[in-house]
Design a protein around this ligand. Structure first.
Ligand code: UDP
Ligand code: MG
Length: 361
């Protein structure tokens, strides 16, 4: 492509979404114990920023009182609160995905509901966006989690760095800021299993990372079991790299070469020295090693094939049961009472959803 078509200096494309409106997306799964303290810190922190904002909660099929608490909070602050109710538990990343396809703002922040990411840090992310970054990742200054998770995460971070082209210092921290254009691209990605911070990296033009603080979970327990953590990390690796598959064909190639040489050696030896009976257990050892590698390879194939299978069924990735929100006109009328920050020529591009019951693809 010729540079003649580029205006100089390059002007970034205008972003979509309501100008000046910041959307905060929070997935919630069985967080009844911590929600009140989240509300008590999140809203004042956002009010203090002096920007227009909306908070989009996604109730990921909580079986406790979280859904009711979110409803109460909506009634308290209907102008800035929206709640999406899933009809079941689809996982944190699907919840964020649903949030992304409902946001109205031109900048989007993701946050965990358990207060491990302090809402007071949101301002820092917005400052980084002001300086032209379209994606702001975060690094936890000091992580407050159990020791085995810190060690496992560090190992996974390192493995991901090798396997994928995604450069994130701290893949696990969900407090992140995205330009609406990236959010729209993510919402349009139809993959069934994904890892949103990594997906965002593939769309970002000027990503950056900043250091934020991290706290202990305010209440309740982690919603991730060891099993779901392993699944999530497989999603991350298989979703962004086919290198593990390629490694296997490479390994297979090298191994068949070696065993070919071994067979040739045994043949020659048989002719020259006669049959051998010793070294039998060495042979066993080699066989078992190869069997282990084979099984792992088949399992790995299965990880990819399983995901392909899920994908080709083309089922809706999640089902929205209800959305609690003010109609867009009213929200806009409320917003008009405050000064609109910048880029007022950009129209809002939301079709005016009502509190409805509708399936969502
Ligand atoms: N979460 C969710 N669906 C799930 C699991 C978790 O929406 O199936 C939410 C959870 O409510 C929290 C966030 O995702 O807001 C992160 O979960 P958690 O704090 O348990 O993860 P950890 O900090 O242990 O990695
Ligand atoms: Mg947490």
């Amino acid at each position: 492509m010729s540079n003649a078509y580029l205006t100089h200096p390059a002007v970034p494309l205008p972003t979509t979404g309501t100008p000046g409106l910041v959307s905060v997306v929070i997935p919630v799964y069985n967080e009844e114990e911590g929600l009140q303290s989240l509300f008590a810190r999140l809203y004042p922190a956002l009010d203090a920023l002096g920007v227009r904002y909306e908070v989009v909660f996604i109730n990921d099929g909580s079986r406790d009182r979280s859904g009711a608490l979110l409803r109460q909070q909506f009634e308290r602050r209907p102008d800035v609160t929206r709640v999406i109710y899933f009809n079941g538990n689809y996982g944190q990343h699907m919840a964020i995905m649903a949030g992304f396809s409902h946001v109205r703002g031109y900048r989007v922040i993701t946050l965990d509901a358990d207060l491990q990411n302090p809402p007071e840090e949101i301002g820092k992310l917005l400052v980084a966006m002001d300086s032209g970054h379209d994606y702001v990742g975060t690094i936890r200054r000091q992580r407050h989690d159990v020791a085995w998770r810190k060690i496992a995460s560090r190992a996974m971070n390192r493995l991901r760095e090798r396997l994928t082209r995604i450069r994130m210092t701290d893949q696990g921290c969900m407090l992140r800021a995205y330009d609406r254009r990236i959010v729209d691209a993510i919402a349009q990605s139809t993959e069934v299993s994904t890892y949103i911070p990594a997906l965002a990296y593939t769309f970002a033009a000027h990503p950056t990372e900043i250091v934020v603080s991290h706290e202990e979970r305010s209440a309740g327990e982690s919603k991730y079991s060891l099993y779901s953590l392993i699944r999530l990390n497989f999603d991350l690796v298989t979703g962004f790299s086919i290198l593990p598959l390629q490694l296997f064909s490479l390994l297979g190639f090298v191994l068949s070469l070696l065993s070919g040489l071994f067979v040739a050696y045994l043949l020659v030896r048989r002719v020259m020295v006669g049959p051998e009976a010793e070294g039998l257990f060495t042979l066993f050892a080699i066989t078992f090693l190869l069997m282990g590698i084979l099984l792992f390879g088949i399992g790995l194939l299965g990880e990819y094939i399983g995901r392909i299978y899920q994908q080709v069924r083309l089922r809706p990735r999640y089902l929205v049961q209800a959305v609690l929100q003010m109609p867009v006109q009213e929200a806009a009328a409320q917003a008009m009472q405050e000064p609109v920050a910048q880029m007022a020529q950009q129209p809002a591009q939301e079709p005016a959803p009502q509190p409805v019951q509708r399936p969502d693809a």
